[in-house]
Ligand binder design. Structure first.
Ligand code: AMP
Ligand code: ZN
Length: 448
């Protein structure tokens, strides 16, 4: 039986059956990171969700082409390089490496293509030139803007009417634009700015939105199956991508299914660099939370819903991973690596718009039965975990202490030796605030 996949399509606002454009090659484009700083666990939620969708598609179809770009030219990159007194290229290379490293810990598969914006500048200039020729863009004092009044469907994805737009909130106001909602395709270099490219409109660099229109077209063509990203990208980024791509190719399709993940939140607020309420994947790993526990945590909530970050939920995720590991321990020698049969019930949950909470509760049932002694349940469980990218061979739960925590623990030890109990208690609290626990032992202390 061919697996039927259902996905919520932001374009229709409904859950739809996934019918590929060409079932011999499924094509998916996902907006990747802007490489100016190490990814936080909100960014990684998006990466894990689309990794799971990629795994599902690969299970159902013989070929899947997954493209995820790297945005390596942006104001934030220039600012970060200036702040660090670092060369732009060394910054973007370093952060891209971190991104790969961190996603590796989360067991994310590598996309088939990972194009960089800076390697596609001539293609961007060509697309902008064509948009100008077709009357969809105009030049204004070294800038090129997309003329949103030239595209009557503008606002279709985000369900916004042009008049309703909250001008100023996320829209750059400028006298150079015909309509305040027009967005930039090319911007001129500022004085002293070191990152720029030459173009028919002067030295400068592309706007963010044109990057994805160009890179998706280059690797997937004018029409492809799935376009993904976080819900914050629906407007303006994806709305603008649609306008550019459809107008340039004179094709009214572009991406067929638009899939968006909800936010990882902290006490209800979106985790973001700008709010400063973020924690990086690396920080979490350094605190001893296993990559698989974090991956499990992401899967506890449906991908479209917000997921609130808290230490307790992470600890529970770690416990679940440990439970799964224990339930296969006694059988490990008997597993046949070639037997990858996934239970239909489990597959039906994942295929139903990635219903990971149901899929996880199914695995828990298998795990309990495996612990009761039935090897077949253990095999099923292992295969389901494998499908979700939960690698049970990860050695987790080992706390990796930061130098700061060790320093605090040593200071506390000294205070205790000097019988300065109040100071020692203060330090205990400081340690606990950072998510660790210190236990006194005969030989000194243990941190968990
Ligand atoms: P950025 O590097 O900021 O362009 O973000 C990379 C990806 O992470 C995009 O798809 C964003 O939508 C997504 N993203 C950013 N913050 C969060 C968050 N708090 N929760 C979930 N996804 C996020
Ligand atoms: Zn994009």
């Amino acid at each position: 039986m061919k697996l039927k996949i259902f996905l919520t399509n932001t374009l229709s606002g409904k859950k739809e059956e996934f019918i590929p454009i060409d079932k011999s090659d499924i094509k998916m484009y996902v907006c990747g990171p802007t490489v100016y700083d190490r990814p936080h666990i909100g960014n990684a939620r998006s990466s894990v969700i689309f990794d799971l969708l990629f795994r599902l598609l690969r299970n159902a179809y013989s070929k899947v082409t997954y493209v995820r770009n790297i945005t390596d030219v942006d104001d934030k990159i220039i600012d970060a390089a200036n702040k660090n007194n670092e060369n732009i290229e060394s910054l973007t290379t370093r952060i891209t490496q971190y991104f790969h490293e961190d996603l590796g810990h989360l067991n994310c598969l590598i996309p088939n293509q990972e194009p960089k914006a800076t390697e596609n500048i001539p293609e961007m200039i060509s697309m902008i030139t064509r948009l100008i020729e077709l009357g969809h863009a105009y030049v204004s004092d070294g800038h090129v803007y997309f003329d949103i009044d030239s595209y009557s469907d503008y606002g279709r994805l985000s369900k916004r009417k042009i008049d309703d737009q909250d001008i100023g909130a996320r829209i750059e106001i400028s006298e150079l634009k015909k309509n305040p909602m027009d967005f930039v395709l090319w911007k001129p270099k500022k004085q002293h700015e070191k990152m720029f490219f030459s173009s028919p409109w002067g030295d400068g660099r592309p706007g963010w939105h044109i990057e994805c229109s160009v890179m998706s077209k280059k690797y997937l063509g004018n029409s492809f199956d799935i376009h993904g990203g976080g819900a914050d990208l629906i407007f303006p980024h994806h709305e603008n991508e649609i306008a550019q791509s459809i107008c340039e190719s004179k094709n009214n399709k572009f991406a067929k299914y638009w899939v968006h993940n909800g936010f990882l939140t902290v006490e209800g607020d979106k985790m973001s660099k700008s709010l400063g309420n973020f924690i990086t994947v690396k920080e979490l790993l350094d605190r001893g939370i296993g990559g698989m526990a974090l991956r499990y945590f992401y899967l506890t909530s449906h991908y479209r819903r917000p997921l609130d970050f808290n230490q307790k939920a992470l600890e529970d995720s770690q416990k679940s991973i440990t439970k799964f590991q224990k339930s296969i321990q006694k059988y490990s020698e008997k597993f046949d690596a070639n037997s990858k049969k996934i239970p239909d019930e489990f597959l039906s949950y994942i295929a139903d718009d990635l219903n990971t909470p149901l899929a996880l509760s199914f695995i828990h049932k298998l795990s309990s039965k495996a612990q009761e002694g039935d090897e077949n349940y253990a095999i099923d469980m292992l295969n389901c975990c494998d499908f979700l990218g939960l690698n049970l061979e990860e050695k987790s739960g080992e706390i990796q202490l930061t130098p700061e925590i060790i320093k605090l623990a040593e200071e506390r030890k000294k205070f205790k030796a000097d019988k300065k109990w109040e100071e020692a208690d203060k330090i205990r609290m400081q340690i606990e605030e950072q998510g660790y626990k210190i236990i006194d032992t005969k030989d000194g202390y243990e941190i968990i």
